[in-house]
Each structure stands twice: as C-alpha cells, then as structure tokens.
Design a protein around this ligand. Structure first.
Ligand code: NAP
Length: 500
C-alpha cells in the first residue's frame, strides 16, 4: 500500500474556498467520494477564516481520513500573503486540528536551515512540493525520498507544454517511490488521469473550483475516468483534437467500457502538433483513437493502411493502433450519417440536399451517394459545392433554387446554429421543401433549424443520432464486441439535456 492508502484514497480531493463555511461544505462533499483531502488553507480569505475553519475541523474530526494541509505562499504559486513563519504557524495549527500530512513547498523548505524542519510540530508527514507553472523542467531519472530523509514524499507539479513533457514526468513516477506526479495544463490532462497507474502516489482533483490549470473534477476523475482503477493492463483509447474541451466522446466511450465491464479508458488529448501525440502512443499504450478537427486530413499521411472509403472521403475519424504499432485509419462519420438518416428515410433512390461542403458534408455526400441517393450540394462557396458534387456524381445546387426544388431530405453540414449560437438557423422555413431535415450539429440536441422544420411538420433527425452511431461504430471496431448502446445513448442524452 502506498503512502496515501489504496483505491479511491489515492485520488485526493482539493478543497479550496474563501470562507470557512464553504471549505467545510466542500470537505463534507469530498469525503463522500474519497478519504484523502487536501485543505488549501491559503485560499481562505484571512486569518479569521483560517482559525474558524480549523476550529470547525477539530470539532468535526472525521475518522479514517487522510487530511493534507497546504498554506502555500504566493512565492510558491499559492494565495497566502504571509511569510514563512505565518505558513509554518498555520500548518502547526492544522496538525492540532487533525491533519496527518502537510504540503511544504520547495520555496519554503529551501529557506529553512538544514534539518530544522522536523523540529517544528508540523503534521507528522511532510510532502515536499515543487511547482513549475511555466514548463516541465529537466527531471532526474528517479526521485528517492529516503535519500532526502527529512520528508515523506515529493510532489512535482509542472506545466506540460507538450504531450512529451507529460510523458517525461510520468516516467519519473514509474521509477520512483513516494512520488506524486502532477502534469499541469490542458495538454497534460490525460497524463494527470494516468498518473496513478504509472506509480504516482496521488492524483489531485478539485471538488469545486479548479486550483491549477488542466484539472479534472473529482467526480470525473472517479466516475468518468475511474483513475484509481486503471492499471498497466488497462487499454487506453482517446480522442485527439484542438480544441477538445467540450467533447462528449469520453462520456460515450467510458460509459460503454464501464457498462460492458471492459478494462479500458478513453481520454481527451488536446493535440497542437500531431507528431507530439504520435510519439506518445507507445508510452501511453494507446490502442486506438478518434480524430477530430483539425487533424482529420493530416493524420492520413501517418497511416500504414486506410479504408478505401475513408481515402475517397479524404478524412479519417477513427484510428486503430495495431500490435506492431502501425496505424489503420477509417471513417465512421459516414456510418453515422446513414444510420441516423435511415431511421426516417429509405435512402436508395432518394434525393438529398447537403448544405455545406466541409469535412462532414464530404463524409455525408460519399455515404449517401454510395447508398444510392442523388446528392445535391449547396454551399456559400460555389466552387467547393461543385467540386464535392462532382466527386460523388451529384449536382451543385445554388442557394436560390432551394425555394423551388424539393428533396426527400435536407442535411445541414455547417456549424450555423451550434452552441452558443442556438438562435440562428442556416436555412429559412421557405427553403425547407422536403420530408426530412437532419442537422449534423448535436449541441444543442434540437437546433433552431430542427425547430423550424418541426413547425412545418417535417420529420427531423438530430446530429446526436449521427454522433452516437459514429461513436458506437468506433467502440465496436476497437473492442470487437457489441456496444451497450442503451447506456451509451442515455449518458450522452442526459449530459446534453443537463448542459447543452
Ligand atoms: P468544416 O469542415 O469546417 O465545414 C464547415 C462547412 O460549413 C463549410 O462548407 C463552410 O463553408 C460552411 N460554413 C461555415 N460557416 C458558414 C456560414 N456562416 N454560412 C454558410 N456556410 C458556412 O466543418 P465540419 O467538420 O464539416 O463540421 C460541420 C458541422 O458538422 C459542425 O457543426 C460539426 O459539429 C458537425 N459534425 C457533427 C458530427 C456528428 O457526429 N454529429 C460529426 C462531424 C461534424 P466555407 O468552406 O466557405 O467556410
């Protein structure tokens, strides 16, 4: 067992608020999920609140918990305005209130005469913390706490500018003991989730407000990513994109893994530079990944093999990493379009208009043409519409013709109407001369375009259906199993309804 216990105890909830009352509330909430909690005393707005909180803590005295007190000074990246004496005073008070551990930043440790630290009645165990909010510094191969003697564990929290930075930090965790690795920043987020399986003693997660960039909430760390259950045998999947923050794919895939009892995790990778991610595939043990903007075309030159249809579309949204490390690419967006539309339309022999001529329009156009539909393309750039229409044996349709021509289905493949611009529609009511309208946008679930269509009693298909179908196809391709579709659908729909 590690220094901080096992199971959920290795996920440390970060409790940070300006008032004693809020801190106590957060502490109670945290303890429902994990017995290990960091108390950010430096976040409390003044000494009165600190004293009040510690008094409450002493009375409350939660049993079987590991409380870690932190009163980080500004010099070390915290909010405490006092000096070293002030910091040590509050940490000593924290011991009185029941804290077993304290976090002491290197900036303080260095300024104390050698060996003196143990003479203070600080919490019994000391975590020496080193922060770099700008970069991941040069790191030793291993960190041996026993050699330092005076502290019980060492934490390095460093901003990962690249995925390679976060890999370097995890490698130290793998070789060290009593070490806590905290890759910071959005690029470091997947490594933050994988830190426990690489040997980090703790993974930090805020119960409410983020206290460091790129944090994953306590709820997500425990329930979405199950960070405390991941091992070196856990298969790793993910989605690469830039931006990637609001992707629902981690929810979709992780729900599938949890429901299907598959030892796998799916992580969001913010990828600025494709090669940086590709180099990290063996280090993270990645077995497959989804690809989203802006990498759908660029990934193609890194593939060993590619499904023919994906090559024709010119975009890949799914990659399988083979045993020998080579990459196989395919496109499940086209499956998504077909599956979603088939529910309301018999595609063979139908007339379908696609509005837009970008990547998603291209996947839809190839899918529909292959399934035997006539495909019309209307786009603000006539040249793009003509090129796509020619590629699929369809026709470019000028916008003005939409009021007079009729179609079996009209698909919106532009981002017009996407959150947060929910009150605009790409097409007007008079332009919808059709039986079915499908919007590829899935956020919100019911776009303005779909509402206009419904008012005209036209059948509608939400982009959520496409999103679910393309994701489920990826899941089945990677696992070779039937996806637990009902659970996956429920999780995505409830997330969209709760937070559009
Ligand atoms: P894209 O490659 O950037 O293409 C966007 C298309 O929309 C282009 O033809 C663009 O025209 C056009 N467009 C953008 N703004 C416009 C405007 N104000 N007026 C007229 N046309 C405009 O993007 P994409 O990957 O195809 O994605 C398009 C939409 O599909 C997005 O909302 C995306 O979320 C959605 N999507 C959904 C799924 C799903 O699973 N449901 C999957 C993929 C995509 P220009 O070329 O002239 O800029």
């Amino acid at each position: 067992m590690g220094a901080f216990g096992r199971g959920t105890g290795r996920v440390c909830a970060v409790v940070a608020a300006t008032s004693a009352k809020e801190m106590s509330g957060q502490l109670r909430v945290s303890l429902r999920s994990t017995p290990t909690v960091e108390l950010r005393l430096d976040w409390l707005k003044d000494d009165t609140q600190r004293m009040l909180f510690l008094r409450l803590l002493k009375k409350f005295a939660p049993a079987r918990t590991t409380l870690l007190a932190t009163c980080r000074r500004r010099e070390g990246g915290g909010k405490f305005a006092g000096d070293i004496d002030g910091e040590l005073f509050w940490l000593m008070q924290a011991r009185e209130a029941g804290c077993e551990w304290c976090d002491l930043e290197m900036e303080t440790y260095r300024k104390l005469p050698e060996g003196i630290i143990r003479e203070f009645p600080l919490p019994r165990r000391i975590l020496l913390s080193i922060h770099d909010f700008d970069r991941t510094p040069k790191l030793p191969k291993t960190i041996n706490v026993a050699r330092h003697g005076l502290v019980d564990a060492v934490k390095v929290a460093a901003k990962a500018k690249t995925i390679a930075d976060s890999v370097r930090l995890l490698k130290v965790a793998r070789r060290s003991r009593s070490f806590v690795a905290v890759p910071m920043g959005d690029v470091g987020l997947p490594a933050r989730i994988l830190a426990l399986r690489e040997g980090s003693e703790l993974a930090y997660a805020p119960v409410e407000e983020a206290t460091a960039p790129g944090q994953v909430s306590l709820d997500e760390m425990l329930h979405l990513y199950r960070a405390h259950q991941l091992t070196r045998r856990t298969r790793v999947y993910g989605v690469i994109g830039d931006p990637i923050g609001h992707s629902l794919s981690p929810l979709l895939h992780n729900t599938g893994f949890a429901t299907g009892h598959i030892d796998a995790v799916y992580l969001p990778f913010l990828v600025h530079e494709l090669r940086d991610f590709l180099r990290a595939i063996p280090d993270f043990g990645i077995r497959g990944f989804s690809v989203t903007l802006p990498h759908k075309q660029a990934i193609m030159k890194h593939l060993k093999d590619c499904e023919l249809l994906a090559a024709d579309i010119g975009a890949v949204n799914t990659v399988v990493v083979r045993r020998d490390g080579s990459l196989y690419g395919c496109n499940t967006d086209y499956i998504g379009v077909l599956k979603a539309l088939q529910k309301k339309l018999s595609i063979e022999g139908s007339r379908v208009l696609i509005f837009g001529a970008g990547g998603a329009a291209r996947a839809a156009a190839f899918a529909l043409a292959r399934a035997g539909a006539f495909v019309g393309i209307s786009a603000r750039r006539e040249k793009a519409a003509k090129e796509l229409a020619r590629a699929v044996g369809g026709e470019a349709i000028p916008r003005r013709a939409l009021r007079t021509q009729s179609f079996d289905a009209i698909l919106n493949a532009t981002p017009i109407g996407m959150h947060p611009h929910e009150d605009i529609s790409p097409l007007k009511a008079g332009e919808l001369q059709c039986h079915v309208v499908m919007d590829l946008i899935y956020r919100p679930e019911r776009t303005k375009l779909l509402k206009i269509a419904a008012q005209k009693r036209i059948a509608t298909v939400s982009g959520v259906e496409m999103f679910l179908a393309q994701g489920i196809a990826q899941w089945e391709l990677w696992t070779g199993k039937r996806a637990p579709q009902a659970a996956m659908r429920r999780s995505v729909l409830s997330a969209l309804r709760w937070r559009p």
